[in-house]
Ligand binder design. Structure first.
Ligand code: RNT
Ligand code: ZN
Length: 428
């Protein structure tokens, strides 16, 4: 079978098992597959806008800017370069992603109608087109200040800079961003406003305390005003390209900050040591901090932003979120960018994999496993974990896609190829 024949075939990789049979198999192990589908579909996933254009944004800078340690590699044709193109591409992607979506925008995607508006002067009106568009489609929205790729990033520093002009510029930008998030929240329902900064040093850092003290003070200023329509979160990172030795906003820094200031924490799956997962952090953090925002991503060696896949790491995160019993305090967002493949396909693969992992977690025979654990029956617990791979998951996923009116199996790939031919090829 050749790929093109498979895509043309009626099944194209879809499950043939009748949904009713699958439902019965899950019922035997105490799982209501119907409820799992509903829950998985109703869990909002906040889709990052920056996959569309390799984190370039819509601003024009005359001066050179610092990438802030983010690297989108590759030059696959068809990159979106206007707000309209990003919106069109996302509409395409969204038609192939099952379940409730939100749209996650960065400040660098302001639309100022040709006027130069610096980041510390952004206002909600510069995002009106985005907000109207999300409203029209019934998508919630989230927001992020953009503290990178800008001439005011000096010596790799923003909020933690020792240069008062630099630091106050970024404080004003973050406050302006919270105002935008508030406007979004008031219109579309509470909006997450996630702060990530690139601040750090390449090598042999001597002063590790000073920048952290300045970051703490800057954040306190940024978050000073209570905004009920805004869900504030802070995101740590271990290192970035060119920022290998020291990151001001480390895991410990932000976890303690969030705990003491009562804001949310963001765990990005690609932001820890290569073998360190975030799954086990969820139940620990939730004792002290809420909400927990997940940035679903995939680290590969030095890169923290490969397209999310339905792999062990993602399943572990979703399992823990469901098992914690505090699923409502967990917010789901994606964060990856790959410029070497069709960007819309990257979106679809990444978002579908997260939805799939959520469904997988919701289909765990969790009551039986918990019973075995508390009865000291470790082997039964292991056997139940193994059983998950024997249950007809594909048929339930298929049913989820059917209910959401999106193609199952590989059929969505045909749509992407058509869009590439008809729309993306004109962008070269
Ligand atoms: C960077 C962080 C951050 C960014 C976006 C663009 O390492 O993960 O979330 O990816 O804000
Ligand atoms: Zn992230």
């Amino acid at each position: 079978m050749k790929l093109e024949n498979l895509l043309d075939s009626e099944l194209s990789g879809r499950s043939e098992m009748p949904w009713e049979h699958a439902q019965e198999r899950y019922a035997e192990v105490g799982v209501d597959a119907n409820t799992a589908i509903d829950r998985a579909l109703q869990t909002p996933i906040s889709v990052h806008c920056w996959q569309a254009d390799d984190v370039v944004g819509l601003e024009v800078h005359d001066e050179a800017t610092d990438s802030g340690g983010l690297q989108a590699t590759g030059n696959y044709p068809g990159r979106a370069s206007t707000g309209d193109q990003i919106r069109a591409d996302f509409e395409m992607a969204a038609s192939l992603i099952p379940g409730e979506l939100r749209f996650n925008l960065h400040a660098m995607y302001a639309e100022t109608g040709g006027e130069t508006v610096d980041r510390d002067e952004l206002r909600p009106e510069h995002f009106e087109t985005w907000i109207d568009w999300c409203d029209e489609h019934g998508w919630g929205m989230d927001f992020n200040p953009t503290c990178f790729a800008h001439p005011m990033v000096r010596d790799g520093m923003t909020l933690s800079s020792a240069d008062e002009d630099v630091q106050s510029f970024w404080i004003r930008h973050c406050i302006a961003s919270r105002e935008v998030a508030r406007a979004i929240g008031q219109r579309l329902g509470p909006a997450a406003c996630n702060i990530w900064i690139p601040d750090g040093r390449k090598d042999a850092t001597v002063d590790r305390l000073g920048p952290r003290e300045r970051l703490m003070e800057a954040l306190d200023e940024v978050l000073d005003e209570k905004m009920p329509a805004v869900i504030d979160t802070v995101e740590s990172k271990l290192f970035g390209i060119g920022v290998e030795d020291y990151t001001v906003g480390s895991h410990e820094f932000y976890l303690l900050y969030a705990c003491s200031r009562k804001c949310g924490i963001c765990f990005d799956m690609g932001h820890y040591h290569p073998t360190e997962g975030i799954a086990d952090k969820i139940s620990a953090a939730l004792q002290f901090v809420s909400p927990v925002l997940i940035h679903a991503s995939r680290g590969v060696r030095w890169d923290s932003d490969h397209v999310t896949r339905f792999n062990d790491d993602l399943r572990a995160v979703c399992d823990e979120a469901v098992r914690s019993g505090r699923f409502d305090e967990i917010l789901w967002a994606t964060d990856f960018f790959d410029a070497s493949i069709n960007r819309i396909a990257a979106w679809v693969i990444g978002e579908r994999s997260l939805r799939k992992a959520l469904l997988w977690a919701m289909l765990e025979p969790g009551d039986l496993a918990r019973e075995a654990e508390y009865a000291g029956n470790g082997h039964a617990k292991l056997a139940l974990q193994e059983l998950r791979a024997d249950l007809p998951f594909a048929a339930v996923w298929e049913e989820l896609c059917r209910r959401a009116d999106v193609p199952g199996g590989l059929a969505w790939l045909t749509e992407i190829e058509r869009y590439e031919r008809e729309v993306l090829s004109d962008r070269m």
